[in-house]
Design a protein around this ligand. Structure first.
Ligand SMILES: CC(C)(COP(=O)(O)OP(=O)(O)OC[C@H]1O[C@@H](n2cnc3c(N)ncnc32)[C@H](O)[C@@H]1OP(=O)(O)O)[C@@H](O)C(=O)NCCC(=O)NCCS
Length: 151
């Protein structure tokens, strides 16, 4: 913990709050229930048990040695204070701990943000076939550029 900010694993009871956070940041919540065990969250420092207010979220969809980073979101009131960067760094550590070697993502709104954090735009031919079956690829972000970073 630093600055009163605690980044921790999400649990099933966080699902509704993550959906609200994603809706508030214009990201699709579809399909998160299948991957919630690989999500991390930042809770509001003054939150009490049962208060559905999350400051941040990030999740992994894992496909072998590759993972799709999705649902990176910081509540609008808390953006621009470094929390997104801390979540990216933490989710990379989580991925490394699970033996992931390649991290992919889809974004049409934060390409430059991820370029500054070591990701490069890659063609979809480099995306593993099983990852391409993710709802993010098939339904939600069909025309978004894909990005990748070796970790
Ligand atoms: C993208 C997001 C996670 C960044 O989190 P954050 O906590 O606001 O970002 P940080 O404080 O770590 O970094 C701030 C820096 O990133 C830049 N930045 C923030 N959002 C950006 C974007 N969409 N594109 C490019 N740069 C962006 C800021 O201008 C700032 O730059 P500076 O350090 O040069 O001043 C957050 O803005 C967000 O939730 N956006 C809506 C959802 C989204 O687009 N998620 C990513 C797609 S999966």
């Amino acid at each position: 913990m630093r600055d009163g900010i605690l980044i921790e694993d999400a649990n099933e009871s966080d699902r509704a709050a993550i959906v609200v956070l994603l809706q508030n940041t214009n990201l699709p919540p579809d399909g998160i229930e299948s991957h919630l065990k690989n999500f991390i969250v930042i809770r509001h420092p003054e939150a009490v048990a049962g208060l559905e207010f999350l400051v941040g979220s990030a999740g992994l969809e894992i496909y072998g040695k590759s993972a799709l980073l999705r649902s990176l979101a910081i509540h609008p009131d808390f953006q621009g204070t470094g929390l997104g960067t801390r979540l990216v760094n933490r989710i990379i550590d989580v991925a490394k701990g699970k033996g992931i070697t390649h991290l992919f993502l889809l974004t049409d709104s934060a390409e430059d943000y991820f370029k500054k954090r070591g990701f490069v735009v890659v063609g979809r031919n480099l995306v593993p076939d099983d990852m391409k079956q993710s709802i993010e690829f098939t339904t939600l972000c069909t025309s978004s550029p894909s990005m990748m970073r070796e970790i």
